[in-house]
Ligand binder design. Sequence first.
Ligand code: COA
Length: 258
Amino acid sequence: MIKEVVGLNCVINETAKIGEEVTLGLFCVIEADAVIGDGCQIGPHVVVHAGSQVGREVRIDAHSTIGKRPMRARRSIFKDDKELPPCKIGDNCLIGACAVIYAGADLANNCLIADHAAVRENVSIGELTIVGRGVTIENLTTIGRRCKLETGCYITAYSTLEDYCFVAPNVTTSNDNYLGRTEERFKHFKGVTIRRVGRIVAGDVILPGLEIGADAVVAAGAVVTRDVPARKVVLGAPARVFKDTPSEQLLENQGWEE
Ligand SMILES: CC(C)(COP(=O)(O)OP(=O)(O)OC[C@H]1O[C@@H](n2cnc3c(N)ncnc32)[C@H](O)[C@@H]1OP(=O)(O)O)[C@@H](O)C(=O)NCCC(=O)NCCS
């Protein structure tokens, strides 16, 4: 049962399954076989593409798009040879305004995706992770649970962030040291790996394929050109080890590890 349809201008495919107590804002589009769980609040102009699965008690604000099919430029290196699985949004997620979440994205329960964020295809995001305003998470990327990605950071394709990682505003990660030239580059594309509780702070640049060790810190404004050892603070351009991560900042000393 739909709790409220604001106006008569929603388009709901007859095969879509809408749960109990769902609110749909003006001009929503819910496509074929989409599932909207009980208690969801769907804002105006939201589009839920075919087959997408939205859990229970999810809030999606105005103008967001769920389950968008990727576009491929004519010369894109990515080929769509397999159909993508449906976009999945876990229970109790909050999706801000104008967010775009692609088909093949899989969000666990209790995630927050802020306004204008983009989550590409074949991305998984763990429980309780926060994806800040305007963040871009490119395809084929895994983000752990309880991570925090702050405003405007850029997570490149083929990256892995383990649990509890922190990425500050305007961090840029990268995956191609050949800058789009030579055939050789196809063998070497690799995103970044941030091990558990790694923290990458304001304005850092991480070069392709590098690993930031567990509970390491990359100080503000650094350019990381080599792997960063666990439990070290690095700084500068190129980044060099500066000191140990202060013990009072280690995750194990926060008292909130689950
Ligand atoms: C790592 C960090 C906390 C500094 O650590 P710190 O141990 O407190 O460093 P200090 O302020 O004592 O500075 C020690 C020296 O390193 C230098 N330094 C500090 N941070 C630096 C940085 N990011 N890059 C280059 N040099 C830096 C200082 O100039 C100082 O040099 P000096 O002794 O010649 O004057 C800080 O650089 C940082 O990155 N802060 C994070 C801010 C942030 O992005 N927060 C999250 C988003 S809001």
